[in-house]
Write a protein that binds this ligand. Structure first.
Ligand code: SF4
Ligand SMILES: [Zn+2]
Ligand SMILES: [Zn+2]
Length: 303
């Protein structure tokens, strides 16, 4: 297999091309920058908070944003510590090392400080799939962290695989309102109290982000969270992978279809966002899911 640009040995072949290591790295960065440009994700002077787990995807994102936007924008790294022993504690060390080496300001926000419990203890005391509670808390804390550092946007390293899973999960749950909030730029209307999320890796696959981090010597661990793969998301993830093997391009088609629906939905009127009675963040209900969970775990407002 030869690189389509220079004829050297190719290291990857995807919809984005058959490329050698150097041309792959170049193409990866070009796709990221063209996504940022096409969807106007970053404007000059904006403060960008990078949601940084210390994993390969978020470190790769921090690497590219620092490389191209450090002069024109302020970049800060925010990390959510779920409290998962043997996993997040390790990636946090990697994150600290990376930010220290490249002079990036970082902040850490933990579930323990917010709810009084770590994710490990929540899984012991609370029934249900760990990822459901974890997702609610992470979304909330990322918004809290971004508001606290006065960021204009939060950049997340969600890739094509993650987004395709989100689309299908929302479809299966018949939640179109939630689905149209996906895409390179979150939401379809400006929501007071919500720091917009941007996803510069939206059109790059898991396989590509993994290779990019390896080729750039980004020292990330590749072991998954011990609770990953359980429940609904795990099922959807396996099915999408199977579909992609049999019908190449399925993941990209799922995302393109969602973006088309989002465009049509954008003209729909009457979308109203409530505010949570306790934290003031946007919420579909009077009390947001995070505040309900915080209360349930014994560290929240009396409801
Ligand atoms: S896999 Fe689930 S439990 Fe683990 S960090 Fe992700 S959302 Fe949380
Ligand atoms: Zn080449
Ligand atoms: Zn709330």
């Amino acid at each position: 297999m030869e690189c389509e640009i220079c004829g050297a040995d190719a290291v990857i072949s995807t919809n984005n091309g058959t490329l050698c290591a150097e041309h792959f790295k170049q193409r990866f960065e070009e796709i990221t920058l063209s996504t940022i440009k096409k969807y106007r994700l970053i404007k000059k002077g904006e403060k960008i908070a990078v949601a940084n787990s210390g994993g390969k995807d978020s470190l790769s994102l921090l690497y590219i944003l620092s490389k191209y936007f450090k002069k024109s924008n302020e970049i800060v790294s925010i990390t959510i510590d779920e409290g998962i022993k043997g996993y997040r504690d390790k990636t946090i060390e990697i994150m600290k090392d990376y930010c220290g080496r490249y002079g990036v300001d970082y902040r850490i926000y933990s579930y323990k400080d917010f709810t009084g419990q770590t994710m490990d203890s929540i899984t012991k005391t609370r029934s249900g799939i760990p990822c459901s509670a974890c997702g609610v808390l992470r979304r909330h804390l990322i918004n809290y962290a971004a508001s606290e550092v006065h960021a204009d946007k939060v950049a997340t390293a969600h890739n094509m695989d993650d987004e395709a899973e989100n689309v299908i999960m929302n479809l299966v749950q018949n939640d179109v309102d939630k689905m149209v909030r996906l895409g390179a730029y979150s939401g379809i209307i400006k929501e007071e109290g919500f720091v917009p999320r941007i996803k510069p890796f939206l059109f790059l696959s898991e396989k590509e982000t993994m290779l990019f981090s390896m080729l750039n010597d980004i020292n990330a661990i590749h072991t998954p969270c011990p609770y990953a793969g359980m429940g609904f998301r795990g099922l959807i993830s396996r099915k999408i992978k199977q579909m992609e093997t049999e019908f190449t391009g399925s993941k990209r088609n799922i995302i393109d279809a969602m973006l088309e629906i989002k465009k049509i939905y954008a003209v729909k009127t009457g979308i109203k966002i409530n505010k949570c009675r306790y934290c003031g963040f946007p919420s579909a209900n009077d009390i947001c899911e995070a505040c309900k969970l915080k209360n349930e775990l014994g560290n929240g407002p009396a409801i």
